[in-house]
Design a protein around this ligand. Structure first.
Ligand code: PLP
Length: 413
């Protein structure tokens, strides 16, 4: 587990964490909407712009160097996601744009009467792209529901919705609203068993646990670097045979080989290089323990320490919340099930609207999100629209003192 001293050392790398609101230091519990970045990430972005700012595939020095840096970023993302094949990684504007594009390409292979399976626990970016594609192709959508009392998926429903007509199962690795971690390895196996492809949304999971596309056996996975201490870049993994055989919507002069055929237009090279820096930042959290280890193995150690630390903070938060009057906690609240969730929690107050709670906390320098955070399939299912909930998201740069401040302010509402 990360020691307090280690966390302080890591925090010192994030200039944004020094922000003051009045006489209070800002406490960033808004990580699920985007984390802050360490200095190595902003430096990498500047380095790119100052040293090799050029378009792809030119014959001259800056373009050659730029391509080399971007290739290194593909390797770093491959290490983070758990594939040995860096060409199966595509970068793009964000997860939503990549998923909309992939959904168009996949839908070309669907026929009327085919089926796809979605869940109610999703961010809308892993919902609407598939709904729209299904509507275009007269494909039937089947939904897996949640258990509202703990916001877990009704896993037994997969057995009844999967069949020989299923073409795709799309599911999140973790909920960005209530933190539930889904057993994606099992779900991908169920999809494979009935001949369907699997698509994982790892956007919320990525800052908390090590992604592992090979172990999970998924066909596609997406995540976003700005949720794991990097800049605003989306990342998509696909199984090589699929990326090579599917027809992307692309321009004629752009590459037909991997990874270029899935990367439309001129990419945000500086932020792709910044994404490499964010992945190296995460790997370096393993410290001396990682001496001589590969980046992938360093990441494995780093996430073990991150997870243990985040769980301890989360349990402190949960205990504090459970002692407050008028607060409803959505999702898994049994401390013994902490490993089934990310340290992201949503609450509602019996007298104050989510917006009011967020505004009151903001006055005290505590940053939380309110509303539905685009997890609309879930907030509709829970009946908390239109106001939504208040989301408190912990990442490894948060501290016990910040959690205590948050609880004190909630108590004084
Ligand atoms: C779980 C989840 N999936 C998808 C997205 C969409 O990601 P992006 O902003 O990169 O399009 C988000 C963003 O909040 C998210 O939390």
């Amino acid at each position: 587990m990360l020691s307090e001293q280690k966390v302080e050392e890591l925090r010192s790398q994030f200039a944004a964490l020094n922000r003051q609101v009045g006489d209070q230091q800002a406490a960033f519990f808004d990580g699920p909407a985007g984390t802050q970045v360490p200095r190595c990430v902003s430096n990498a972005i500047t380095d790119y712009l100052e040293q090799c700012n050029a378009n792809h595939d030119g014959a001259f020095a800056t373009s050659i160097e730029s391509d080399r840096w971007v290739n290194e970023a593909h390797q770093a993302a491959a290490d983070l996601i758990g594939t040995s094949d860096r060409d199966t990684i595509a970068f793009g504007a964000n997860m939503t744009s990549l998923t909309l594009a992939l959904s168009r390409a996949l839908a070309r292979t669907w026929n009327a009467g085919d089926e796809i399976v979605l869940s109610r626990l999703e961010h809308d970016a892993n919902f609407s792209p598939w709904v729209l594609a299904a509507q275009d192709r007269e494909v039937k959508i089947r939904y897996v529901d949640i258990n509202p009392e703990d916001c877990t998926l009704k896993l037994d429903e997969y057995a009844s919705v999967l069949n020989e007509r299923t073409r795709l199962v799309a599911v999140g690795c973790a909920s960005n609203a209530v933190g539930t971690i889904n057993p994606v390895q099992k779900i991908c196996e169920w999809a494979r068993d009935c001949g369907a492809l699997s698509f994982l949304d790892a956007v919320h999971y990525a800052p908390h646990g090590l992604m592992d596309v090979e172990a999970w056996g998924c066909d596609f996975l997406t995540c976003s670097a700005y949720k794991f201490f990097g800049p605003h870049v989306g990342i998509q993994y696909g199984r090589r045979e699929l990326l090579e055989s599917l027809q992307p919507y692309k321009l004629r002069p752009s590459p037909n080989t991997l990874p270029g055929r899935w990367m439309t237009g001129t990419q945000n090279h500086e932020c792709i290089w910044g994404t490499r820096a964010a992945i190296d930042y995460l790997a370096a959290i393993a410290g001396d323990m990682a001496d001589g280890l590969s980046r992938r193995d360093s990441l494995r150690l780093a996430f073990k320490s991150i997870k243990a630390y985040e769980e301890s903070l989360f349990l402190r938060l949960l205990e504090g919340l459970q002692q407050l009057d008028g607060i409803k906690i959505w999702g898994i609240t049994d401390p013994s099930r902490v490993h089934e969730r990310c340290p992201t929690i949503s609450i509602t107050h019996d007298r104050h609207s989510p917006r009011h709670v967020a505004e009151r906390l903001a006055e005290h320098g505590i940053f939380v999100w309110d509303g539905n955070y685009y997890a609309l399939p879930l907030t509709e299912r829970l009946g908390v629209e239109p106001d939504g909930m208040v989301r408190i998201g912990i990442v490894h740069y948060n501290t016990a003192a910040e959690v205590d401040r948050l609880i004190t302010q909630l108590a004084s509402l």
